[in-house]
Write a protein that binds this ligand. Structure first.
Ligand code: XIL
Length: 400
């Protein structure tokens, strides 16, 4: 698949990487055409993006987003907020909304919201709520029903007789406790997996196994009863690739959402996790636009929920890497932000050193990844510029 920015569609980014990259992705010698003329600024020299970039250094991503009716934010770990006071200041500067990476999961990292089938430990989420309130950040709750991040006891204790109570009680207690404090909830996460072979493309999760296909509708109904004001979201990943798998995933998510909307499930938005890859060319802006338009036609809003760009397979040279990562941010955002139903963009982290990818999908040469808008010294990178320019150039949201 060709990168839309290379002339005549003849040069793939992968090919460029193989061919010795510096000249090509650094692009000093490449004749860009049409839609990509502006990209030349981003690619031309190390300082060009800042020099030519029409963004006031005093501004922030949240302000640029807000100017278009968008909400920008990022995910963060409670442990990082508690150990580095600079982090919260940076969040406050750049973000309007925060998603705690661990604190609302049943179990993640050193955070255990559900120590046992009958108990809750609200210490971490309470603290996150305190931080968000003290700093005037909106909060996203992530996530209530997921096949992953379940505590060790879950598989031995949960069964088809108690799973409904486990799930509904969890939602009532957690959503109810934070009613009025959480702007939006990822009610169900990652329920579609075409590879699992079902006609409806639902994932073989314990929730499906114990409760059957209606568990998704039930989760949304209970969440809505527990907090009628929250924006209730279905969140899923790998919706962007123009591959047979991506096609199947989009089809599965679309038909799930069609079904939920048709039966009156209180669902308000699709969360599009956007874990992009620096070496992956399988993004087709038009297919993505058309998928998002289909979602919007159901009356749903769309949130870009977990945006990052993994540079693990890109060359070690930081200048080259940062340019490719920035170009991917801009290619992606310029396409998805064309859809008016997209109301929010959130990166999965703000500071490179704190990205989950550093441990989850690291580079083979051991160099730190650079997947986020700010580097490990909290400085803005080309990725920041690319996001800023995407906000600057996207259409303003019109809210009725
Ligand atoms: C990841 C976190 O970033 C990690 O720190 C954690 O250990 C595992 O989960 N999709 C999701 C997120 O919905 O919850 C995942 O977050 C990343 C993929």
């Amino acid at each position: 698949m060709t990168h839309r920015c290379f002339p005549n569609g003849l040069l793939t980014r992968r090919k460029a990487l193989r061919l010795g990259l510096g000249a090509l992705v650094g692009a000093k010698g490449v004749a860009y055409t049409g839609a990509c003329a502006q990209r030349q600024n981003l690619f031309s020299t190390k300082n060009a993006p800042i020099r030519n970039f029409p963004v006031n250094e005093d501004t922030s991503l949240k302000e640029l987003a807000a100017a278009k009716g968008l909400v920008y934010g990022a995910a963060g770990l409670l442990r990082d907020f508690d150990s580095n006071s600079r982090l919260i200041d940076t969040f406050v500067k750049e973000c309007s909304i925060l998603t705690p990476e661990w604190s609302f999961k049943w179990a993640a990292g050193n955070s255990l919201l559900r120590p046992s089938p009958t108990s809750f430990d609200f210490t971490a989420p309470d603290r996150i709520v305190e931080i968000s309130e003290a700093n005037n950040l909106l909060l996203r709750g992530h996530t209530l029903v997921w096949h992953s991040s379940l505590p060790d006891w879950f598989m031995s204790e949960a069964n088809r007789y108690n799973a409904e109570h486990l799930m509904t009680n969890h939602i009532q207690r957690v959503v109810g406790r934070y009613a009025g404090k959480i702007y939006s909830w990822d009610v169900v996460n990652e329920a579609i997996e075409p590879d699992d072979g079902r006609n409806n493309k639902l994932r073989n999760s314990p929730w499906l196994e114990f409760l059957g296909t209606d568990y998704i509708d039930l989760a949304f109904r209970v969440a809505s009863e527990s907090n009628p004001q929250a924006l209730l979201v279905y969140n899923d990943y790998d919706l962007y690739p123009d591959t047979p798998k991506g096609e199947a995933k989009r089809a599965g998510v679309l038909s799930l959402l069609e079904h939920l909307v048709a039966q009156g499930t209180p669902i308000h938005a699709l969360g599009v996790q956007s874990h992009l890859k620096g070496d992956d060319l399988s993004f087709n802006p038009n297919k993505m636009r058309s998928f998002l338009a289909d979602i919007a036609s159901l009356g749903l809003k769309i949130l870009i929920t977990e945006l990052d760009v993994n540079d693990r397979y890109l060359p070690a040279d930081i200048e080259v890497r940062d340019r490719i990562v920035a170009s991917i941010y801009e290619d992606y955002l310029s396409a998805v932000l064309d859809e008016q139903a997209v109301i929010s963009v959130q990166t999965w982290g703000l500071i490179d050193s704190q990205s989950w990818l550093q441990s989850f999908l690291p580079r083979f040469d051991g160099l730190p990844l650079r997947p986020l808008p700010l580097d490990s010294n909290f400085n803005r990178k080309l990725a920041w510029n690319a996001i800023a320019r995407s906000f600057n150039q996207c259409p303003e949201r019109i809210y009725e």
